[in-house]
Ligand binder design. Structure first.
Ligand code: ADP
Length: 442
């Protein structure tokens, strides 16, 4: 029955009962009965209201005993409470999952309110920005990330591009920061560690600048000569020959540079270790020794000591290039009549190729940087002797592809010793290896 008809039926019932009571018991008794019934009803409702009040103060898990309409009311309330608690659990587990996922992100995430106060941040953001979600919640973000550019970026409200800054609280850390507006004037602040990327970018810029600089000098020389020659062809054949000679030198210099650049780029492509073939190092060194003699043209005393016949697993071409670079450096940085010795030996289970000279040597502060591309102690001397500044960078790459290490010991004015140490895993010992050969041009 609908509510309306129920109410009509109740009214009719009360009217009939009242009529009957009035007719049989009289008005006073009827009134007393009604007052009594009303009192009972008031007491009953009060009791249930008290039960409801107490029930609302509990977690609502146990349904109170009630009959009639109150029973229905409690049952309905119970259903509502259960639904609400299910929704609550669902939302809180979704929130927990979201927080766990955000915490696992490699990027820092900070949630800011509409006034740019911190509401929440993940552990990566704590590390990047030096903030703590425990103690810094509610703080204005610019009070904690103190950087003029950052404050300007926030105020400008143009967040299409990220802002790259050096984190003042964390030396050497470069961050990319970006605001992402959402909801009602709220923002996410995303932070990313771009230190490595920025370093690569700087290295790339330096590299391009260095290569351009290296190429510009010979090109200027050649261009200058060609211009002069095309304007007034020299009548003197000696001058002509001299100009051609210089142009040839500069062309050779550019060829060397391009050759070294190609070698470096090939080695950088070889991310993996070179497995390669069996390399007969003693045989290779004998050939390199002959080349060294011709490069030095009798200006140095050069000796070759082959104390072992140990061979290597690797690339013949790359190893030859590395060894040749070390030897040509020794010849170029050792004054005439100096001594240079090439040694192939084994020490502590490793094979060592070393080039020892008594040349100009290197000051200690330069030693750790010698293998950087284009790093030279004396730019003039390197250029004069046909250096590209890439030789030791190539040596380092070749050795690292062979799991080998470069050791540099040097003293200014006394000489240098460059040693390549090859680990046991790279060594092959031929049968009957008792070879000990000493070659010298003294
Ligand atoms: P470069 O083409 O300039 O020789 P390298 O990369 O081969 O380039 O060497 C880097 C720098 O290391 C050289 O410019 C030189 O200053 C120094 N160097 C290398 N080998 C020697 C050596 N045997 N004696 C002294 N200095 C050396």
């Amino acid at each position: 029955m609908s509510g309306f008809w129920e109410r009509v039926a109740n009214a009719v019932l009360i009217a009939v009962v009242t009529g009957m009571l009035l007719a049989t018991l009289g008005a006073v008794t009827t009134l007393v009965i009604y007052v009594t019934v009303l009192l009972v009803l008031v007491v009953r409702h009060r009791r249930y209201l008290t039960i409801l009040d107490r029930w609302l103060q509990t977690d609502g898990s146990v349904l109170p005993n009630a009959s009639g309409k109150w029973g229905d009311v409690f049952a309905r309330l119970m259903r509502l409470v259960r639904e609400q608690s299910r929704t609550y659990q669902h939302i809180s587990s979704a929130l927990e999952r979201l927080q766990r996922a955000t915490s696992a992100m490699p990027e820092g995430v900070v949630i800011l309110d509409e006034m740019d106060h911190i509401e929440w941040c993940n552990p990566v953001a704590e590390k990047h920005l030096g903030i703590s979600s425990g103690t810094d919640t509610g703080q204005h973000i610019t009070h904690l990330v103190r950087h003029t550019q950052f404050a300007e970026y926030l105020a400008a409200q143009n967040y299409a591009e990220p802002l790259v800054i050096k984190q003042p609280r964390h030396q050497g850390l470069i961050l990319s920061l970006q605001f992402v507006p959402y909801g009602d004037k709220q923002k996410l602040l995303l932070s990313r560690d771009v230190t490595q990327l920025e370093r690569i970018q700087i290295m790339r810029q330096d590299f391009v600048a260095n290569v351009s600089h290296e190429l510009r000098t010979p090109l200027t020389v050649i261009g200058g000569f060609l211009e002069t020659l095309s304007d007034h062809s020299p009548s003197d054949p000696e001058t002509f020959k001299w100009a051609l000679g210089l142009m040839t030198d500069q062309t050779k210099r550019m060829q060397n540079l391009v050759q070294d650049l190609l070698t470096l780029s090939r080695l950088e492509d070889t991310q993996n270790l070179i497995r390669g073939e069996r390399v007969d190092v003693p045989a290779m060194l004998r050939k390199i020794y002959d080349e060294a003699l011709s490069l030095s043209s009798g200006r140095h005393h050069i000796s070759l000591n082959l104390e072992t016949g140990t061979q290597l697993l690797g690339s013949t071409d790359e190893l030859r290039s590395a060894f040749t670079n070390l030897i040509s450096n020794a010849i170029r940085y050792t004054p005439d009549n100096g001594n240079i010795s090439l040694n192939w030996t084994t020490r502590d289970g490793q094979a060592v190729f070393s080039v020892q000279d008594n040349g100009i040597g290197v000051e200690p502060e330069h030693i750790s940087r010698l293998t950087e591309r284009f790093y030279r102690v004396d730019r003039g001397r390197s250029r004069e002797t046909g250096g590209t500044g890439l030789g030791l960078a190539i040596v380092k790459h070749v050795l690292s592809c062979h799991q080998a290490k470069l050791e540099i010991v040097s003293e200014p004015g006394k000489g240098s010793c460059f040693s390549a140490w090859f680990p046991p895993v790279r060594l092959v010992t031929p049968e009957g290896d008792h070879a000990c050969t000493i070659l010298t041009n003294i």
